[in-house]
Ligand binder design. Sequence first.
Ligand code: FAD
Length: 429
Amino acid sequence: MAFNIPETGQERIVIVGAGFAGLKLARSLVRSSYQVVLIDRNNYHQFQPLFYQVAMAGLEPSSISFPLRKIFQRASNVLIRYAEIEKIDLEHKKIYADLGYLNYDKLVLCTGATTNFFGNKAFEELTLPMKSISEALGLRNAILTDYERALSIRDFDERQELIDIVVVGGGATGVEVAGALAEMKKYILPKDYRELPYGEVDIYLIHAGSQLLPGMSDKASTNSLRYLKELGVQVILNKRVQSFDGDFVYTNDGDKIRCGKVIWAAGIICPVLEGVIDTQLGRGKRIKVDRYLRVPEQQDVFVLGDAAIVEGDPKYPDGHPQVAQTAIQMAKNLASNLKQKNPEHWRVFTYRDLGSMATIGRNRAVVDLPNFKFKGFFAWIVWLLVHLYSLLGVRNKVIVFLNWIWNYFTYDQSLRLIIRASKEPKKPK
Ligand SMILES: Cc1cc2nc3c(=O)[nH]c(=O)nc-3n(C[C@H](O)[C@H](O)[C@H](O)COP(=O)(O)OP(=O)(O)OC[C@H]3O[C@@H](n4cnc5c(N)ncnc54)[C@H](O)[C@@H]3O)c2cc1C
């Protein structure tokens, strides 16, 4: 058993994934009677809502990530393993990774979701997703590298291909990225790349639906569209991106846009671990759970966050929204149930909608609270405060806050470095 986890006689809970759900659960079980093993393919927790600011060189990756070992330095009952889980054996209660296998008494899957390319290999290979810190950095490098290259290109069409950007998907991620790109064009390009005719830079946002920000109110959708237009983003609604060959984006109505860089924010799907069977999966390959977040017929296996679809909640027949609050609330619910050893006293999971928001450049945001919807500068301040509050670690909060203040007054961040790893460490045998 290569994980080298000591047998202490305590009941062992193995949590796979240290995102919002897994981390909250592990933290809630510190000093409980359980031995908790928290496993993630990264040795840090990442704050996904601010990925786009890393991609736009507004923040450093370390300001929105937090090392897992630091969080649990004083938690003697929590052990961390840096590993990618590949397979589950539900019958023998084992999980497998390249490190070997590990037995569990209770298993909690918090593996989140990944980018959905809808089975299209070209989209997967040629577009730029933003579902991890490394992808956000990859995007940053791609944008900056293309601006650098474009400076040496005389041919208009060739230059266009390097500097124009298409964002696919008008959900919160697509809208926020498009807004940030438009601000980069307005404030950064004229200073850093002053030889580039910045009027030539086109930013497109293509969305298959008729309204941006599906899931938010009509008001939020209309206002976000207006804000993006004010920033010069070319918003194309009711069109689907059919294909991309690295030079042109083709839409379903036969139109094409010359562009070498496509940011893919068109949807998510859950990765399926070997050992999970098809009948256990629901929409978006989320694992079906009952209202105690338990996999039916697997009393010791639970699923939380983006990876779970709760069956039997009449208010959310299609599952709860795949957002951070759902993950956190599910983790709280399961932690309190697990501490209450008698399942007869367990509480069913009930989602409390705390609202949703999106920001579109500086001073502009839309906020939908359950009973109150607003926009503009006040909404933007609320967005900033909520994200600052939700970040892990005082150092990160201070650094992000200072970065934002600096950026607000100078319109100029100094993080636009193209840094690539030259050599990857060897994988363990
Ligand atoms: C760009 C972006 C912006 C977003 N903005 C917002 C926002 O503004 N507000 C909001 O509420 N939500 C937002 N979301 C959604 C929100 O981040 C997710 O709903 C939330 O992260 C789900 O939490 P989770 O714990 O289920 O999964 P995640 O937070 O995704 O965590 C999953 C963890 O599992 C690990 N993992 C996965 N598979 C394995 C494996 N096989 N072995 C080991 N480890 C594994 C991953 O490394 C990761 O750490 C955004 C998402 C993205 C991508």
